[in-house]
Write a protein that binds this ligand. Sequence first.
Ligand code: DGL
Length: 271
Amino acid sequence: MDKLSPIGIFDSGYGGLTVFKEIKKLLPQYDYIYLGDNARVPYGTRSFDAVYQFTKECVFKLFDLGCNLVILACNTASAKALRSIQQNDLPPGKKVLGVIRPTTESINKYTSSQNIGILATQGTVISESYPIEIAKFHPNIQVFQQACPFWVPLVENNEIESEGAQYFIEKDIMELLSKSPTIDTIVLACTHYPILLPIINTFIPEGITVLSQGKLVAESLIDYLKRHIEVEEKCSKNGTLAFYTTDNPTDFQEKARIFFGKEIIAKHIKV
Ligand code: DGL
């Protein structure tokens, strides 16, 4: 029988921890390895080729660390690299999943006006992945997008409380809402954004639901593992967590406390 393996979780930086936290809550029995490519964040303003190359390197690092299943807990990587990796690069027995499909397939449950807003990185917006995926599952839903290029740097540089954060968050939300008066659901389609939720909420008019992806992705993973018993059987189940960053592990540990909600130990890794 094949060796049992942890589940890999990848993000360009800290954002994926907001998804990992929900996965860990609903599926505490599995072993996990998180890898944040903090040395090269942000991915959101980079070219398709760069995001594909960086994501591939990190996914293969997680394979080297023993993972058979890797979740791209990053919208930008899911939008720009997932399909190419799935089609061209996967060694036998290895699987990679993203966060866009789990978010889009159940989105109809949240909207009555059928008008949805997407807040995301430039890369995710330009890829058109959200409008394309939503149209597949729910052709009646209209999608309005707004790129928020400053939000990830604000989070990664710990500027959440600053006046600059307030300014850019208000500006981007107002711009999104000006695209349709009947948007009733806004998706935070970048895994970094839930950490900005207290500020985001101060600019959201009453009656609009703001959705973070963590829970949707975790529920979809439960469903995936039920449907793919051959993958589930290969996952090790000791409830352990390991964290790797391509940048400074001490910085990572401090920030991870905010994103993940508890103390963790991180190690540096080269990809
Ligand atoms: N957290 C990533 C996402 O969900 C983006 C961060 C970045 O720009 O690197 O898109």
